[in-house]
Design a protein around this ligand. Structure first.
Ligand code: ADP
Ligand code: MG
Ligand code: MG
Length: 883
């Protein structure tokens, strides 16, 4: 077997197709090298070596040493330098690179190979002593942190002390001699802390770094990142070992990052940042505020620091050409890293760029128009879950804004919340149900939990590619970075901006679209779903097979869902209507009635209310199918609970509190989810089902007359386990149907079907289908009843299950394909055996979950139904599943 793949000088052993083997970074370095782009020569140790490392007590495969040695010889030949050679030393970078990119999560060491002898050689060949010692101190610092495990703060502190002692403000003012002195201090503290000297032998350094990269796969940051992004833990990282090129070799040298199009707006314009006389991580770390790459971007940002286009026109032209070529080659927008060493351009990384949803849509539509990709490819490229971002509110443009600071618009959307200054406070606030804005000088991977808990993030330092910006965009939360005019006074807990002094807990609003920070809360507007979004949705609608319906209980839900493109209602939960306004009193009269006659009297009052609700819904849906579920929850849900509530309700109803309390306790159930609910209510009290059926049919007639678009109601009987249950309820519905039709002198077609939410119903689907005209899979209850796990109580142990690896995903969020899915498969197949043209749909929470929608497509359901705001996600997911 082969552990090491090399690249350089227009050749490579691997390529873009080898991401699993070489990791993303290695595969694309190889691809760029093979394309003949200027890539420093290097090698990639395959990801399997990482698996080997963990499978064998953190040791490396025997054959690796020899393969690395021979690849290193090749790099030496290509670069014309020798590793460890005191006269003309080759320096290396040792870089991690997982299969899916984990920005900043795994560790990298630069300038490896420096020691007391080679640093002198480097100074001599470069003719720049300051550069050599700057590189050496950077190396000791990174190696000390990444490989030797010392806190990077230790080094930062020594540097600060030294600068203070010398009266120097900027790193750039440190002279060769100052760096040399600092290097000594660094080595000294390392020896004190670890009890042994900093390694001088380049081979020891190399293998230390390789092992450290493999070990970083399991560090806390990386583990958290994978958990949050659902990246499996067992796939490992590759290690890239590459000849160093130097952006810190004076004013004709620089380093930077760029996107081939704007990752925030999608605009077709090169977009990026760079720093003169700097190395690698300086740009991302936000140590100095970087400069724009293009003149256009510089003008737009109002910066007076010259752009790379202006400063280095020839290198810029070459770079712009390479970016265009990479974009064509990969047929997608790229995110690249580069370094310029004394006027010579080197490419250090390329990958498909992360982007905001808005940018993703614009780019996909533009690429179709440019003839680069097809409509279906465009549809496939949008992550359905990310559409959530678009549904973010924006600030109402008509209101006046009290701006207290401005930074870069790093991630779009607006959010309001209380100021918190630490990730911990953000997490606490979230637990208490408070909305907060995380305000930091800059963020680091340790802040990720806090960023998740916050509505938005504000930093006072850093650029568009800083940690805060990249992570917030990925999470889809609004973010403003580099608000340099604002100041955080951590010691006293203040945020200062434009003469305003705010403290922790004060409310601010962040506008991630304009970069503004506003005092207080501001009115928001819902986004407009036109333009690129509408076009992509049109293409998605062309590509999908399944229909998308919505779960809507109120006219407001129904209207929202229609505007998002719902093609009907898959679930209307009638009970929600009984909680509104005065209705709850009538409902209670009905429940508390001693006799059927008393119940009917109350139901007569409920009838017109239900009829109006349904008429309104039918009118909004204008002839589209509407599924209405008969009363489902246990009756005691409608009754008062505490003694105080009971006393109040009793008084209002002219009852003795004691009498009411008795009735309430008579209705109490030990296990209500498995109790007197669903069709069991309709069997105990058929008059309830009759009233609901009458309301539905009368509403259908009324709405049909008014709109001229008659609806075909689908009446759904919940919690059926036995065919005889359905028979009984269906007979009552049919009786009412013929009565109403006779009274109205009008025929309405309708369907009676059932929810499949009990395992018995799934297994007996062929028999139930003799009576049921459609099935709707109620996967919330079906998951509860299949697992025997209460949805409302599962949060007590499911997180533990996930942490201990007992279960991978929460089955209430993402469908359990193996168990619950098997029951759905069985029911669909058996139901259709009896009734081949039977309509099948899903109406649980899973109806809006992309992975579950793929499953529904696979087993041939006719529709999925989800909450209104998830309708666009479902339309796109259904299309991707069908493509
Ligand atoms: P990350 O995945 O965190 O971006 P990288 O391995 O890409 O880590 O590298 C960190 C930084 O070091 C980047 O800015 C990169 O451009 C720079 N870098 C990596 N390898 C080299 C090299 N051979 N020469 C110069 N700079 C390098
Ligand atoms: Mg990188
Ligand atoms: Mg249910």
């Amino acid at each position: 077997r082969k552990w090491v793949y090399t690249f350089g000088d227009g050749k490579a052993e691997g390529g873009a197709g080898d991401v699993d083997l070489l990791g993303g970074k290695g595969a694309h370095l190889a691809e760029m090298a093979a394309l003949g782009l200027p890539v420093p020569p290097g090698m990639t140790i395959v990801t399997d070596a990482c698996s080997h490392f963990y499978a064998h007590g953190r040791s490396l495969p025997d054959a690796l040493k020899a393969e690395v040695a021979s690849a290193l010889t090749q790099i030496e030949t290509m670069s014309g330098r020798r590793f460890g050679d005191a006269a003309n030393p080759l320096l290396l970078s040792v870089r991690s690179g997982a299969r899916s990119s984990m920005p900043g999560m795994l560790d990298t060491v630069l300038n490896l190979g420096l020691n007391a002898a080679t640093v002198e050689g480097l100074a001599a060949v470069s003719g720049d002593e300051r550069f050599a010692w700057d590189s050496y101190r950077r190396f000791i610092q990174m190696y000390g942190d990444v490989v030797l495990g010392l806190d990077h703060e230790v080094f930062a502190e020594i540097l600060e002390d030294e600068k203070a002692r010398l009266g120097i403000e900027y790193d750039t003012d440190m002279a060769a001699e100052d760096w040399r002195h600092l290097t000594g201090l660094y080595k000294q503290v390392i020896e004190e802390e670890l009890g042994e000297p900093f390694p001088e032998d380049p081979q020891v350094q190399l293998w230390g770094a390789v092992s450290a990269v493999f070990a970083s796969w399991m560090n806390n940051r990386a583990v958290t990142y994978r958990m949050l992004h659902n990246i499996p833990g067992d796939i490992g990282t590759a290690v890239n070992i590459q000849a160093m090129v130097f952006g810190n070799l004076g004013s004709a040298s620089a380093t930077g990052v760029a996107f081939t199009r704007n990752p925030s707006t999608g605009e077709k314009a090169l977009y990026g940042e760079f720093l003169v006389n700097a190395q690698g991580e300086d740009v991302v770390a936000g140590i100095r505020t970087p400069q724009a790459i293009t003149e256009q971007a510089r003008r737009e940002s109002g910066s007076d620091k010259p752009s790379m286009e202006k400063l280095m026109p020839e290198v810029f032209a070459e770079f712009a050409g390479i970016c265009a070529r990479l974009e064509r080659h990969y047929r997608d927008v790229q995110d690249v890293e580069f370094t310029i060493e004394r006027g010579k351009l080197w490419m250090l990384q390329t990958r498909n760029a992360k982007r905001t949803t808005k940018a993703a849509m614009k780019i996909a539509v533009d690429l179709v128009e440019e003839g680069v990709i097809t409509e279906e490819e465009a549809v496939s490229r949008i992550d359905p879950a990310s559409l959530d971002q678009l549904l973010h509110p924006t600030i109402d443009p008509r209101v006046s804004r009290e701006v207290i600071g401005t930074g870069l618009p790093a991630s779009p959307g607006a959010a309001t919340g209380e100021i918190v200054f630490t990730a911990e406070d953000a997490v606490i606030a979230e637990d208490e149900g408070r909305k907060v804005i995380l305000v930091r000088v800059e963020t680091s991977p340790e802040d990720i939990h806090g960023m998740h808990a916050a509505e938005a993030v504000l930093t006072t330092r850093g650029g568009m590619t800083s940690h805060a910006a990249v992570v917030a965009r990925g999470m889809g939360i609004p973010c403003v970075v580099g608000a340099g005019s604002m100041r955080i006074d951590l010691r006293n807990g203040f945020l200062l901006g434009l003469g305003v002094k705010l403290k922790k807990g004060d409310v601010i609003t962040i506008d991630g679209t304009s970069g503004q920070v506003l005092k207080g809360a501001v009115p928001m507007m819902q986004p407009e779903l036109s333009g690129d979004f509408a076009r992509l949705m049109e293409w998605a609608d062309k590509a999908r097979r399944m229909t998308i319906r919505t779960n809507a209980d109120t006219p407001a839900d129904a209207r929202a869902a229609r505007s998002f493109g719902a093609e009907g209602i898959g679930l209307c939960r009638t009970e929600h209507m009984f909680f509104e306004g005065d209705r709850i009193h009538v409902m209670r009269d009905m429940i508390l009635a001693e006799s059927e006659a008393g119940r009917r009297a109350a139901l007569d009052k409920l009838l017109p209310m239900q009829r109006e609700d349904f008429t309104e819904l039918f009118k909004i849906m204008h002839g589209l199918p509407v599924t209405i579920r008969m009363l489902d929850p246990p009756l005691h849900e409608f009754l008062p609970k505490t003694a105080k509530e009971i006393a109040e309700v009793a008084q209002a109803m002219g009852m003795e509190p004691r009498q009411l309390a008795e009735r309430v306790s008579a209705l109490h159930e030990f296990n209500p989810m498995l109790g007197h609910r669903g069709c069991r209510l309709a069997i105990s009290y058929p008059e309830i089902a009759e009233m609901q059926a009458r309301a539905i049919f009368e509403a259908a007639i009324a709405a049909g007359k008014e709109t001229g678009a008659p609806v075909e109601p689908e009446i759904m009987v919940p919690l059926v386990g036995l065919r005889s249950e359905l028979d009984y309820v269906k007979a009552a519905i049919e009786r009412v149907a013929s009565e109403v039709m006779e009274e109205g002198g009008l025929h309405i077609s309708y369907l009676v079907g059932t929810m499949i939410e009990l395992p018995r119903a799934a297994l007996r689907a062929h028999v139930i289908a003799e009576a049921a005209e459609f099935f709707s899979f109620g996967t919330n209850d079906l998951t509860q009843t299949t697992f025997g796990m209460s949805r409302d109580d599962a949060s007590a142990f499911l997180p533990t299950y996930q942490r201990k690896g007992i279960i991978e995903r929460d089955p209430f969020i993402s469908l359990d394909f193996d168990g619950v899915g098997e029951l759905i498969r069985i029911a669909a197949e058996r139901g259709r055996r009896t009734r081949p043209d039977m309509k099948l749909g899903i109406c649980g929470e899973h109806g809006g979950d992309p992975a579950s929608i793929h499953f529904c497509e696979e087993i041939g359901l006719d529709y999925v139904s989800c909450s209104p705001f998830r309708v666009p996600i479902a339309r796109l997911s259904a299309a991707q599943a069908a493509i």
